[in-house]
Design a protein around this ligand. Structure first.
Ligand SMILES: Cc1ncc(C[n+]2csc(CCOP(=O)(O)OP(=O)(O)O)c2C)c(N)n1
Ligand SMILES: CC(=O)[C@@H](O)[C@H](O)COP(=O)(O)O
Ligand SMILES: [Mg+2]
Length: 650
């Protein structure tokens, strides 16, 4: 189908300005070529495919109708923007997608002037576009701001916070609701049924509506009244009334794959005298590529592809993923305990809860992209005597932090948090890195924070969580596969706050939290070979810290290394705070903390990201060597040379 991909028009058109010179037939041809190029590129790189295929025509129409980049296109999530990137001067780099020094898999301001706003976490586009629109209004400019938000992303509360505020933007804000009736999995909730009713209860806009200029022919008052009458005449459920109550003119539904509908509607909306306007565009995720159209997930995210057959490259057989170990163990626990319930925020496959749902459909809740709600919903379930496992990626848990503090920790409710994709995640880059959950969890009173060193430890921790109800407890684990230890036999209920000594030495002690244990043991071998007898502990708990084990290690070694897959403020802070509180550093003990760097790391392979962060055997050996080279003569007091600021009034 695509072996001799020919894209003569796409080869010619280098910018949206050139695209805007094309006639309608050429635009249709350009869209076909753009679809081929998108499939071909993702075939090489892997990545997000289905959503980009669903917006091929919409992307062409947006760049044709709006004067980009002066008019700002603000994409939501940004996983659908590979076609946008190809059309905006990045075609030559599109096969570097999601790789070291390559294009990001989402929009990034630093990457192109056509990427008005960075994205990756969903439901931010209307807020950001509103910012652009108000800036345009304040500077008396006519530039438009166009948010393109999916039906899944429309299930997050942040979208309504923005719409609630949007009226003031008037005609400068346009929201394109890209409704493909899919999130990563089928969408959930009342909004999804409402949108389906909107689509099914009225035909696509007809030429009459479009030629009548929809909203810009009638004076404002009459337009609204006429439309309300029209909507109510056709029955409440069929109008765009929900959006109109929020202050938007609703236009649609529009066929998102038909340029003859899209372009005139968008031109009308662009030239409207009033606003804000929401255009309800109906698309199909995976459109135009049979393997994607046939797939249950519409090829939301794929490995490298044989584009002709649609077959994805298979990962070599190996140990199970941490996600699958988590979900299989939780299924075992739930078979023994009918109080166990689970919550996901639109990520059933990513968290492994789709497996759980096969066994316990009534005990798995997919709340949509609504992490704040997920956390407090779990708190309500816990308060009512259930054992909720709230399963969120680390990076998306950031959305529910106030709920974690206010609704869970303060009330000391026994919510269990399964924090997946903790640490660096590779191809998704900085926006998806699970860097901060250790820091934001260890400082919460009542919270228990665990990190397994391998997949068996994870299974033990899930088993322990099912039996712990003294308060909130969390386990965090990385994207990817285990190390290959056996999962056979009974699981242990771990004593809370107890680590384990893996290897006994005399001079150097490595306190490892999480799956850096393997690298710590490799480093210990190399340090022993240099005559530096090295202890290694798997600390298991960032909170409560195993103070007895920590105290013993700090008192019996000269050099202490802490290592964790998290940023400043996590496990190391616990150790340093205890050491300082107990004066364990007063006699020259050398402590070096290895953690993620204080910068956002771009996409790369996970292990290269960790190597760059110094969180591998090389990094550990280098830290120990540097510590030992620094001679530790007694602290000599030096004179304080800094001048007291003249105007300082004490
Ligand atoms: C806050 C947040 N939670 C979860 C995700 C994971 N995620 C990425 S895309 C997606 C589905 C988005 O659905 P929709 O907006 O309809 O876009 P489509 O994929 O259908 O084009 C989800 C849940 C995310 N990016 N951000
Ligand atoms: C776009 C988005 O946010 C998700 O598709 C995310 O990329 C999934 O990450 P995993 O591939 O780690 O499940
Ligand atoms: Mg969708």
């Amino acid at each position: 189908m695509f072996p001799n991909k020919k894209t003569p028009l796409l080869d010619k058109i280098k910018t949206p300005a050139e695209l805007r010179q094309l006639d309608r037939n050429s635009l249709r041809q350009l869209a076909d070529e753009l679809r081929k190029e998108t499939i071909s590129a993702v075939g090489v790189t892997g990545g997000h495919l289905g959503s980009g295929l669903g917006v091929i025509e919409l992307t062409v129409a947006l760049h044709y109708v709006f004067n980009t980049p002066k008019d700002a296109l603000v994409w939501d999530v940004g996983h659908q923007t590979y076609p946008h990137k190809i059309l905006t001067g990045r075609r030559d780099r599109i096969r570097t997608l999601r790789q070291r020094d390559g294009l990001s898999g989402f929009t990034q301001r630093a990457e192109s002037e056509y990427d008005a706003f960075g994205a990756a976490h969903s439901s931010t586009s209307i807020s950001a576009a509103l910012g652009f629109a108000m800036a345009s209004k304040l500077s008396d400019s006519d530039d438009k701001a166009v948010a393109i938000i999916g039906d899944g992303s429309m299930t997050a509360g942040m979208a309504y916070e923005a719409m609630n505020n949007a009226k003031a933007a008037g005609k400068r804000l346009i929201v394109i609701l890209n409704d493909n009736e899919m999130s990563i999995s089928p969408p959930v909730g009342a909004l999804s049924s409402y949108l389906s009713r909107l689509i099914s209860s009225r035909p696509f806009m007809n030429l009459r509506d479009i030629m009548r200029g929809v909203v810009n022919r009638m004076p404002k008052g009459l337009a609204t009244a006429a439309r309300k009458a029209d909507e109510y005449a056709r029955g409440m459920a069929t109008g765009g009334t929900f959006f109109e109550e929020l202050g938007f003119y609703y236009v649609g539904p529009v066929d998102g794959h038909n340029l003859d509908q899209l372009i005139p509607v968008l031109e009308n909306v662009r030239d409207a005298k009033d606003g804000p306007i929401l255009v309800h565009v109906v698309t199909r995720k995976g459109q135009g590529y049979a393997p994607a159209e046939a797939a249950k997930d519409k090829y939301h995210a794929v490995q490298r592809l044989d584009v002709v057959s649609g077959k994805q490259a298979k990962a070599p057989p190996g140990p199970p993923s941490y996600t699958s170990v988590f979900s299989e163990q939780l299924i075992k626990e739930a078979k023994q305990d009918d109080k166990i319930v689970t919550i996901t925020a639109a990520m059933p496959t990513g968290t492994g809860l789709d497996r759980f749902q096969q066994y316990f459909p009534e005990r798995m809740f997919d709340v949509g992209i609504a992490e704040q709600h997920a956390v407090t919903f779990a708190a309500g379930l816990a308060a009512a005597g259930y054992k909720p496992f709230c399963c969120l990626y680390s990076t998306f848990l950031q959305r529910g932090y106030d709920q974690l503090v206010h609704d869970v920790a303060i009330q000391n409710l026994p919510v269990r948090f399964a924090v997946d994709r903790a640490g660096l995640v590779g191809a998704d880059g900085a926006t998806h890195a699970g860097s901060f959950d250790l820091a934001f969890m260890v400082n919460l009173p009542n919270m228990v924070v665990m990190a397994p060193s391998d997949e068996r430890e994870l299974a033990n921790m899930v088993h322990s969580m099912a039996h712990y109800d003294q308060g909130p407890i969390s386990v965090r684990y990385p994207r990817g596969n285990g190390v290959g230890v056996s999962l056979e036999g009974e699981k242990e209920i771990l004593p809370i706050g107890k680590g384990r000594l893996i290897r006994r030495g005399k001079k150097v002690a490595i306190l490892s939290l999480g799956t850096r244990l393997e690298e710590s043991l490799k480093a210990a071998d190399r340090l022993d070979a240099q005559g530096l007898s090295t202890s290694v502990a798997d600390m298991r708990f960032a909170k409560p810290l195993d103070e007895a084990l920590t105290r013993q290690l700090l008192k019996s070694h000269q050099v202490i290394i802490t290592i964790e897959e998290g940023a400043l403020g996590g496990f190391a802070t616990q150790v340093l705070t205890m050491a300082s509180d107990e004066g364990l550093m007063d006699d020259g003990l050398k402590i070096r903390t290895l953690r993620l760097p204080d910068r956002f790391q771009p996409q790369d392979k996970q292990e290269r990201q960790y190597a760059e962060a110094g969180l591998d055997a090389d990094g550990i050996v280098a830290a120990v060597t540097a510590a030992l080279q620094r001679n530790s003569k007694p602290v000599e007091v030096v004179e304080l040379t800094t001048k007291v600021t003249e105007d300082m009034t004490l």
